[in-house]
Design a protein around this ligand. Structure first.
Ligand SMILES: *Cc1c(COP(=O)(O)O)cnc(C)c1O
Length: 373
């Protein structure tokens, strides 16, 4: 058995006809950057998300940087985010000469804790960047309340959560990526909606911010070869847009496929004492970008054992961001974020994708059982 962490090739084979045709059309049009296909994708994503504006860009990291640029957050301002995530958030704050202030995460959801955000707020705080880790939303209603009260911007890092639903207390449902000032998304191949290369997008309901984002992603251009602000070059190419536009039609099915695999894992792993299955919350669905369990002890041995059985596993993330060498200048130390630190020793993400077969799932859970017996 050749089990993949993410099986992109098998996923492609199912829609090969459509994808190949669309790629061929882009070649024939020879409009490779911007152009019709990119606009079509933006329109279709707008409908899918029910949001005012979608601005595509080069990747998810650029999206985060563009969001900070468009909000004109003054140099040196504090921005609160999580230590337990991919490096991008911290990286763009550093690049933008903003001061990252970290707030610890919840041991069950792995997401930033609103009460911890509150403790970090100073007169110099300007924004909060929550991350919807592994496909489940952060507690956005509480975070938005805090932001409103303290006059802060909220930038959602929705890179792992496209297709996730957020449930407001009043019964309203909204898509992840539509519940903040600006949301950032990545189309990296392994993400919920993955391109065949890099890609990203920004989502907002604010017309003025949308205009700024679009211009800033395109060198700060106002009209052709006139620049009224400093921008960057960050764009999605037409080939990727064509591929994404085909795959967008299947996004809800992809999310469902992942959810079914997650439910299988839940059922089969719940009885194993050493394993804690992913927690669910009342305010968010889970799109299972990752299926991440907590292992109490012997996590690395389990990972090795699974590897010997042909089962890949990944540790997202092995070192909390505040302990990374590049970010020592922030002055954090071991012990500052005990939950994030403990999680980096406990978490293990199991194979999770849209093409997992019953046979593969059976082999994975049987192997985990075997290890603990
Ligand atoms: C993937 C990811 C990013 C970065 O996206 P890229 O397209 O790789 O730049 C940022 N934040 C999170 C949480 C991610 O998972």
């Amino acid at each position: 058995m050749n089990i993949q962490m993410v099986d992109l090739y098998k996923q492609y084979l199912k829609i090969k006809g459509e994808i190949d045709l669309e790629i061929q059309k882009v070649i024939e049009s020879s409009v490779f950057v911007k152009g019709g296909k990119v606009v079509e994708l933006e329109e279709n994503l707008k409908k899918y998300l029910n949001i005012g504006h979608v601005i595509t860009c080069g990747n998810g990291t650029d999206a985060l940087q563009l969001a900070l640029m468009a909000l004109d957050i003054p140099e040196g301002s504090e921005v609160i985010t999580t230590p337990f995530t991919f490096v991008s958030t911290l990286e763009v704050l550093a690049l933008m000469k903003l001061k990252p202030v970290l707030a610890d995460v919840d041991p069950d959801t792995f997401n930033i804790v609103p009460e911890k955000i509150l403790e970090c707020i100073t007169p110099n705080t300007k924004a909060i960047v929550p991350v919807h880790l592994f496909g489940q939303c952060a507690d956005m209603e509480s975070i938005n309340e805090i932001a409103q009260k303290h006059n802060l911007f909220v930038i959602e890092d929705a890179c792992q959560a496209l297709g996730t639903d957020y449930y407001f207390k009043n019964g309203t449902i909204a898509k992840a990526g539509t519940i903040s000032d600006i949301a950032c998304n990545s189309f990296f191949p392994t993400k919920n909606l993955g391109a065949f290369g890099d890609g990203g997008a920004l989502f907002t309901n604010n017309d003025e911010l949308a205009g700024k984002l679009r211009s800033m992603a395109n060198h700060g251009m106002s009209k052709k070869y006139y620049y009224n602000r400093i921008g960057i070059n960050s764009r999605l190419d037409a080939m990727q847009a064509a591929i994404l536009d085909v795959k967008l039609k299947y996004l809800d099915q992809y999310v469902l496929d992942r959810k079914l695999a997650a439910e299988y894992y839940d059922r089969e792993l719940d009885g194993i004492q050493e394993i804690t299955i992913p927690a669910r919350v009342s305010y968010s669905s889970h799109s299972f970008h990752q299926y991440t369990v907590k292992v109490s002890g012997r996590r690395d041995e389990l990972k090795k054992f699974l590897q010997s059985k042909g089962i890949p596993g990944m540790v997202y993330y092995p070192l909390s961001l505040h302990l990374q060498e590049a970010y020592q200048y922030l002055g954090y130390r071991a012990g500052d974020f005990p939950v994030a630190e403990k999680l980096s020793e406990q978490v293990l993400s199991l194979p999770m994708h849209t093409e997992l077969t019953e046979e593969e799932l059976t082999h994975i859970v049987a192997s985990i059982r075997e290890f603990f017996n």
